[in-house]
Design a protein around this ligand. Sequence first.
Ligand code: FAD
Ligand code: A2P
Length: 308
Amino acid sequence: MSEIKIPEVELNIYTPKDPVEVPIVENYICTKESSPNYVRHITFDIAGTELEGHVQVGQSIGILPPGENERGRPYKLRLYSVASPTKGENGKSNLVSTTVKRTIEEWDNNKLYLGVCSNYLADLEPGDKVKLTGPSGRRFLLPEQAEDFNYLFFATGTGIAPYRGMIMELLEAGIENEIILVFGCAYRTDLIYAEYFERMDEEHPNFHYVPYISREDRRHDGTKKYVQTCLWDDAELIDPVLNKENTLLYICGLKGMESGIYRALAEKGLEEYLDIRKEARDKQPGEWDENDLRRHVKPSDRTFVEVY
Ligand code: FAD
Ligand code: A2P
């Protein structure tokens, strides 16, 4: 198999102590239909800053929301994955995009909590300025010679953000290898960037868009369809790709989703995607508890993970 070389990237050109202020140029809902999961595609104009040409898809940018927390300290930065290709949104090197989901939660005390930064960003209008830091992240990237590999991308929720840019980049480069995107969300209305991925699926025989709708679709046994169940439910499509020696696996989204994927991979004997330590080897994957999965089962060099 081709050597997996992760490119060198720039890190923390701008820090929380020394952020850069840039305007946003667009902010629109990017779910397929009206959804109570408010997810927005937001683009920043980084022209004339040191970020231009130095942000890779797979990295994140930091946002400093204005205001202070209850202890009177300035809010800390929040990270958001880059959703545009490395060469920039629409090929423009001054534009970098992300995908933001409003954090909205109701608590036992009947109070609604609105996440500080996601709601700040989602409320912005073109022309409004934002303090940016970054970029951050040095491993969740496409490798050098990216067209030499096949890809299985797993996403839940806004975890789809980096794959938008990565898939744009790979398809534009004319990749002939296979790309499978398995995207999990609760309801069909929550599909993110679905029109783009559906169109790419139609236009490119080697790109496969596989949505898993957890609260609408059911497996044969009546249980939920989660992204990891695709290893059984879509085995015909996925097995041949996973069994190739030049396939890379990416996992992005909800913290905890990686555990289910690791267990499913191990149950299918696909150990080349995992680094299974001795403590976990002494048990069957079905017997692994949370502790085993957290401490003794790690990604191998063919698996890339960004969960939050
Ligand atoms: P916060 O105000 O930080 O609240 C977060 C949670 O804390 C709430 O949901 C709540 O459970 C709890 N909480 C905090 N304060 C209170 C309180 N006073 N009362 C009750 N509950 C409270 N997000 C995206 O949308 N898109 C992305 O592409 C993305 N990429 C990421 C990449 C990385 C590497 C990481 C680490 C995170 C990423 N995130 C992304 C998550 C993002 O950084 C934020 O964590 C998220 O937007 C929530 O931030 P917030 O300020 O809106 O919410
Ligand atoms: P569910 O909520 O039905 O349990 P979003 O970020 O838009 O809420 O979407 C997250 C998606 O990931 C939902 O479909 C959610 O299903 C699903 N999900 C929740 N927990 C896991 C998990 N441990 N592994 C895989 N998918 C999960």
